[in-house]
Design a protein around this ligand. Sequence first.
Ligand SMILES: [Zn+2]
Length: 116
Amino acid sequence: MNHTLSTQLVEYASQFSNPVIKLEDLENSRDSSGWTGVHSWPFSELQQFITYNAEKEGIRVEKVAPENTSQECSQCTELGGRDGSKFKCPHCGYIRHADLNAAENISHRGGDPCTA
Ligand SMILES: [Zn+2]
């Protein structure tokens, strides 16, 4: 499953010009994502597959700091909270699917090059 997933992801990314795939740096993560089992092997294996497949296609992969990617508001950077699957910002009122809000935060962050 991880192999198929990573192949599809890299295929998807390759349609853009100068794509960069950003991944949370799980090695330095202290369970900030709120996902239980985020350190489990299928997850790091998935990252290895993604990095390997992306390198074959010449796509850059970066690791970004995982702190507060789920808690931060992607619009105003204040800390908000999850309400089920929704992220709600108490500061600016931004409401978004929590996973998409986290993905936006990851995309805004600068990362370090990641090599397989
Ligand atoms: Zn906000």
